[in-house]
Write a new protein. Structure first.
Length: 263
C-alpha cells in the first residue's frame, strides 16, 4: 500500500466532502526526528524488503520528519545483530532515500534487549547510540522487569551512555507502579513514548498509561516503533487525538537531534 493511498484514506476518515483542508500544524510531526523504528529489511521483525522501507520513509517525509534514526532489535536469542551489518544497512537505506529525493537523514542505532547478552555488548563498546549524550535505547521483557534493572541502568551510565527506556507505557508491571517509573527517572533514565500507544494500538491499558506519562511530562522522546507499511494508517490517527495536544506540552528532545551527528 503506497503512502498516497494511506493519506487519502486518513483524510476521508477525518473530513467530510467539501470540508476544509487540514492545516499544516495538525498534520505535521513537529518533533521532526523519529528515533525508534525497524526499517532495515531482514534483520528483525520489521520491514520485509526495501520497497516496504521506501513506503515508510515516504510517509514519514510527508509528515515532516527530517531525520530517521532506525533501531533494529539486538538480542541474543532472537536478533543477534552485529554493529557492522547494521551500519551497512544504514548506508543502503540512506542511498535509497537519496535516490528517491526524500529529504531525510538516515542514521542507525539499535533497540537492545536487557538480556544476559547485553552486559557483554556493553563492555565491548560495540553498542550503537545516537546524539551527543550517547542515548542508548533499551527494552525489557513485557511481563516482568529484568533482574537488577536499576543496577544495569547505572552500569550503562558508568560506561558514558544515557539510558533511554523504549515504550515504558507497554510494560504491564509498571501499570500499577508509578513509583517504580519515578525511581528510574530519578536515576537519570529517560523515557521514549511510542507514537501508536496514543492511538490505542496496543490496547486501552497501554493508552491510559501513555496518557499518564504525558500528564506527568515524562515523555523525553517520541518514537514511531514503525515495523511495516500497515502501521502507517494507525499512526495517522494520532493527529486527531486528545493526547496529541498533550504531546505538544512535553519536553521532547527529538528535534535537538536534527543537526547532530551519530553518537
Amino acid at each position: 500500500m503506497g503512502s498516497d493511498t494511506i493519506w487519502q484514506r486518513w483524510r476521508q476518515r477525518l473530513f467530510s466532502p467539501g470540508s476544509a483542508e487540514p492545516d499544516a500544524e495538525a498534520t505535521d510531526c513537529f518533533w521532526r526526528v523519529d528515533i525508534h523504528s525497524h526499517l532495515l529489511p531482514g534483520v528483525d521483525d520489521g520491514v520485509a524488503d526495501w520497497e516496504q522501507a521506501l513506503t515508510c520513509l515516504r510517509q514519514l517525509a510527508d509528515w515532516n520528519v527530517r531525520k530517521v534514526i532506525t533501531t533494529p532489535h539486538v538480542s541474543r536469542d532472537w536478533y543477534p545483530n552485529k554493529t557492522a551489518d547494521l551500519l551497512r544497512g544504514q548506508r543502503t537505506l540512506q542511498a535509497l532515500a537519496r535516490e528517491h529525493n526524500l529529504p531525510l537523514i538516515i542514521e542507525v542505532a539499535a533497540e537492545y534487549m536487557l538480556d544476559d547478552f547485553f552486559p557483554e555488548l556493553l563492555d565491548s563498546g560495540e553498542v550503537l547510540t545516537f546524539g551527543a549524550p550517547k542515548y542508548l535505547l533499551v527494552e525489557t521483557g513485557w511481563a516482568s522487569a529484568p533482574f537488577a534493572l536499576e543496577s544495569t541502568l547505572f552500569r550503562i551510565q558508568t560506561h558514558g551512555y544515557t539510558p533511554l527506556l523504549a515504550h515504558p507505557e507497554r510494560y504491564s508491571y509498571y501499570h500499577d507502579d508509578e513509583a517504580g517509573l519515578a525511581r528510574l527517572r530519578e536515576m537519570g533514565c529517560l523515557f521514549q513514548l511510542n507514537w501508536m500507544s496514543l492511538t490505542g494500538r496496543y490496547g486501552r491499558r497501554v493508552r491510559r498509561q501513555a496518557g499518564r506519562l504525558l500528564e506527568r511530562g515524562w515523555a523525553d522522546f517520541l518514537g514511531s516503533d514503525l515495523h511495516r507499511p500497515g502501521d502507517l494508517t494507525t499512526m495517522a490517527e494520532v493527529f486527531t487525538t486528545d493526547e496529541f495536544r498533550l504531546l505538544r506540552k512535553q519536553p521532547l528532545r527529538n528535534e535537538s537531534l536534527l543537526t547532530e551527528q551519530p553518537g
